[in-house]
Design a protein around this ligand. Structure first.
Ligand code: 13P
Length: 280
């Protein structure tokens, strides 16, 4: 089913649930996400990061996501995740992506605003929506290095970025990290509360993998309307594949069907945690 992308996020924000976004790299992950979404009657994002977009190709990913959407009947929004390139964002919009993220969080606030504005202007003209980032998500990613606690969002910067760009949603650094956490994550809920009081657009939590579900639920209560999950899906994929792969394995679909089956319950669980089930 086609989704009203902008309305979906606003609905989640207004009703206090979150739309989960799942990072996908191939058709098996996309099928797993789209089918689980359809079974749970949830709207979800199929997110493809820069590396996947550059390796597989935007047109290829768009075509796969379209087929996954049509075959499953799932409400999926195809999203470019963490692009630090304005041109790649525009190319994704041209390829039919419904949502793009421009991540200029490693730049000065002025440059972040400039790049975000350029992507918003282009995307909105073509009917797509845009996510930007302020503060930084820890761990591997495109955000670069940080000093002290400068990865945490400054509420005034969040207001400036939101109000001067017309961006649709904002990823905010509150202590979450991409990948598995090496120690217990310290999530700055008070900072999130402050930002949510000052910024009216939906907020986005990155680095979902490994954050205790109770903390995720608190974050949703405090304004996170989109929750990103990647590593847990990919780790499930690889763990399952490793258990059955051997030198005699040559039938790829025999190997991949169980991988897909292993990913689906992970997706379903996150849909429940985000309170995103039965929304249509
Ligand atoms: P994890 O891989 O830590 O779940 O984070 C995903 C993410 O935030 C993608 O932008």
């Amino acid at each position: 089913m086609k989704v009203d992308y902008k309305q979906a996020l606003l609905d989640a924000d207004a009703k206090g649930y979150a739309i989960p976004a799942f990072n996908c790299s191939d058709c098996w992950e996309m099928q797993a996400v789209a089918e689980a979404a359809a079974e749970k009657r949830a709207v979800v994002y199929l997110a493809t990061n820069m590396r996947v977009a550059q390796s597989v190709g935007l047109d290829y990913l768009y075509a796969m996501a379209e087929v996954a959407r049509q075959k499953s009947g799932g409400h999926v929004i195809l999203h470019l995740d963490h692009s630090n390139s304005v041109d790649l964002c525009k190319a994704a919009v041209d390829s039919g992506y419904q949502s793009v993220m421009i991540d200029a969080s490693m730049c000065s606030l002025e440059e972040n605003i400039r790049q975000t504005r350029e992507v918003v202007e282009y995307a909105h003209r073509h009917g797509a929506i845009v996510e930007a980032e302020i503060g930084r998500i820890l761990g591997r990613g495109v955000e670069g290095t940080y000093e002290g606690d400068d990865y945490l969002v400054r509420p005034a910067d969040a207001v400036a970025l939101a109000e001067s760009t017309g961006v649709d949603s904002l990823a905010v650094g509150i202590g979450t990290a991409h990948g598995f956490y090496k120690s217990k994550p310290h999530i700055d809920l008070e900072r999130l509360r402050q930002v949510n009081r000052l910024v009216s657009i939906p907020l986005v939590l990155h680095g979902g993998t490994g954050v205790p579900f109770e903390v995720i639920k608190e974050c949703i209560k405090e304004g996170m309307a989109k929750v990103n999950v990647g590593t847990q899906l990919h780790a499930t994929y690889i763990k399952d594949l490793k258990t059955r792969i051997d030198a005699a394995s040559t039938n790829i679909s025999d190997l991949m069907e169980p991988v897909k089956a292993a990913i689906k319950p992970v997706v379903a669980q996150w849909i429940e945690v985000c309170r995103a089930a039965n929304r249509y």
